[in-house]
Ligand binder design. Structure first.
Ligand code: ZN
Length: 638
């Protein structure tokens, strides 16, 4: 009568032995081209539009440490180790030595690849040598040209020769070649001009400021200048309370945000809106990424990207900013192709830049706060999966990963990544859960279930247990699986190989359903293991139907003889997994490195808990378990 959790056991066996994708056999150093992680000493950032040819590197957002000869940089949200350089000769084709002293793709910093000839001039370009009369470097040339055009009215052609280059301390615009002197709070230095749709070079952010355009001592318009943030690490999307903390000098809605030239400059859940800037003469406005207003109670599906991924390697870093009133985030990845792989997240960082998940730590038993197990074909990463995790406003980052089932095969597939974000200004204190019930060649049917005393007693027990966690279960639909599917799946064949067995195909029969509900299949039996039930994931797809994980399956005939309450506990247990609960006590002989879930208020060995690994009659949920379940995007707000 054991309840066994296939996801845990299989996943652990598989990933326990094949974990870091064969990481360190290839040996290429940081910056070299690569196609998979086995090419590199560290890992491979896969070829993409941004990184043609890929490059050997690794994510370094946790401690900003990189191997010697490389440095950690945030290149538009991609925080990786980049090879250090003095000139572009030291960088591979298509890459140049960027303003921060590391090789970067030409497409990211065009001036890095154009500016070699100016390298010597750069060295001499100090405030003490203002008479050279040449543009200091190609990087500034474009912006300066624009600035000159912009400031024609007060520009004095002669002044260009003697005026100060960018970065020089200044008090008045007329002292600067660029005709722009940033105000003291932004450094009080000459700076290149920029615009919301004309950003600065890497290492600088385009910041708005109150400008005195006619030098009459009164600010009269919004100016934009390139602010050097290289000594400041508060990146876009991270928490702030005031502008000066931010690299962008823009703190909005509790996070450092940025200017936007178009909607495409803002990450999902933020929009390109307008902010005001007080001037001595009137009020100015500038465009800035700010959080969308989301209706209370909404569960927002957020498309992220369809990535071409390769087994054994990581994919392009994902980024989402959580708005105020968001209570949870469930990332969801789905393979598009037919050859099954394992999908998941390798690392994840929260808006405090704390690492909340690391795959190696997790599978090796070094407790990581936000548990997650990569899963076959469709996988979820749910934050917060424990009340030890603080869910924060701002930027979440994650590294997607794909594994081959055998740990070694190499193949590619398109993987669709999306997110489900739940909004509840009331803080998820209560919830509603609907259920689609399917009957598959078992002793109850869609027509007999609504009047079956024992089956209704099971639903009553499920409702009673979940009510203790503030969740109202109801809104049932009843449906029979008929025809050959009923015959085939009446007894569900269970197999370790993800492309064999019938668990996935049965769960996929939910395709086409549209209810915001959890799918529960009732079958006659499982082959082999004496299972009472299986959940499609921890958590399962967030009310997404038609995937091989979009349901729980309950062994109705196996539980029936123990009475309605027992059957109700089995349903409640499996749906508990689906909403994000791990076993409160794990099978001590299962080879799993944890005694039980990551929650602080469940006790290992407590057989009264609903999520005890065996059907021991427990039906209790701790406060922490309810806290997690109510945050599931499968559970609606009341
Ligand atoms: Zn279980």
């Amino acid at each position: 009568m054991r309840r066994r959790l296939r996801l845990v056991c299989l996943g652990w066996l598989l990933f326990g032995c094949g974990d870091d994708g064969g990481g360190s056999s290839g040996g290429r150093p940081v910056g070299d081209p690569c196609e998979r992680s086995t090419d590199c000493e560290l890992d491979c950032v896969l070829p993409s539009d941004v990184y043609p040819g890929g490059f050997c590197s690794r994510w370094c957002g946790d401690d900003w440490s990189c191997p010697s000869g490389s440095q950690c940089m945030d290149l538009g949200g991609d925080i990786y180790c980049f090879r250090q350089c003095w000139t572009s000769d030291e960088c591979r084709d298509g890459w140049g030595c960027g303003s921060a002293g590391a090789c970067v793709p030409c497409g990211v910093e065009p001036s890095a690849c154009a500016a070699d000839a100016d390298a010597d001039a750069d060295v001499e370009d100090t405030p003490d040598a203002p008479d050279e009369g040449v543009e200091p470097d190609a990087a500034d040339a474009d912006a300066d040209a624009g600035a000159d055009a912009d400031a024609d009215a007060d520009a004095d052609a002669d002044a260009d020769v003697s005026a100060l280059p960018n970065g020089s301390p200044c008090t008045r615009a007329s002292e600067c070649r660029s005709r722009l002197c940033l105000p003291p709070e932004m450094g009080g230095v000459c700076a290149a001009r920029c615009a919301p749709d004309d950003p600065c070079d890497y290492g600088y952010s385009c910041v708005p400021f109150a400008e005195d355009s006619d030098a009459n001592g009164r600010t009269d318009r919004v100016g934009y200048g390139c602010y050097d943030w290289t000594t400041d690490r508060t990146q876009d999307g991270l928490a702030c309370t005031e502008d000066v903390q931010c690299r962008s000098r823009l703190c909005e809605g509790g996070v450092c945000t940025r200017l936007c030239g178009s909607a495409g400059d803002c990450v999902p859940l933020t929009v390109c809106g307008s902010a005001t800037l007080p001037l001595d003469d009137g009020t100015g406005t500038y465009p800035v990424c700010r959080f969308e207003t989301v209706a209370a109670g909404e569960i927002r599906a957020v498309p992220i990207a369809t990535l071409t991924m390769s087994t054994g390697t990581t994919g392009r870093l994902g980024e989402l900013w959580m708005p105020p009133n968001a209570v949870s985030l469930q990332l969801f990845a789905q393979q598009m192709g037919t050859r099954g792989a394992y999908l998941g997240v390798l690392n994840a960082y929260d808006p405090a830049n704390d690492r909340i998940y690391n795959y190696d730590d997790f599978v090796e038993g070094r407790d990581t706060p936000n548990w997650h197990m990569p899963d076959s074909r469709a996988a979820s990463f749910f934050v917060p999966i424990s009340n030890r995790v603080t869910f924060r406003v701002g930027r979440y980052l994650w590294t997607p990963v794909m594994f081959a089932p055998d740990g070694t095969s190499s193949f590619d597939d398109a993987v669709e990544w999306s997110a489900y974000v739940k909004f509840d200004p009331a803080g998820a204190t209560a919830g509603r859960l609907a259920a689609n019930l399917y009957f598959v060649g078992c002793g109850v049917t869609a027509s007999t279930a609504p009047t079956s005393t024992r089956f209704q007693a099971a639903l009553d027990e499920w409702e009673r247990i979940y009510a203790t966690a503030g969740i109202t279960v109801g809104d049932y639909t009843y449906r029979d699986i008929t025809g050959s599917a009923a015959t085939t799946y009446s007894t569900v064949a269970y197999a370790e190989d993800i492309d064999q067995g019938e668990v996935g195909p049965l769960m996929a029969l939910t395709a086409g359903r549209t209810e915001h509900a959890v799918n529960v299949f009732f079958v006659h039996d499982f082959t082999g293991y004496g299972l009472l039930g299986i959940a499609g994931g921890i958590p399962g797809p967030p009310a997404v139907h038609g995937t091989t994980h979009s349901a729980v399956i309950v062994n109705l005939d196996g539980a029936w003889g123990y009475g309605g309450a027992f059957l109700g506990q089995v349903i409640a247990h499996e749906v508990g997994h689906y909403l994000g609960l791990w076993h409160s006590t794990e099978n001590p002989e299962g080879g799993w490195p944890y005694g039980g879930d990551p929650l602080a208020d469940t006790t290992t060995g407590d057989t009264n808990n609903l999520m005890y690994w065996q059907a021991a009659g427990g039906s209790r949920l701790s406060a922490g378990q309810g806290w997690v379940m109510r945050r599931s995007p499968t559970v609606r707000t009341p």
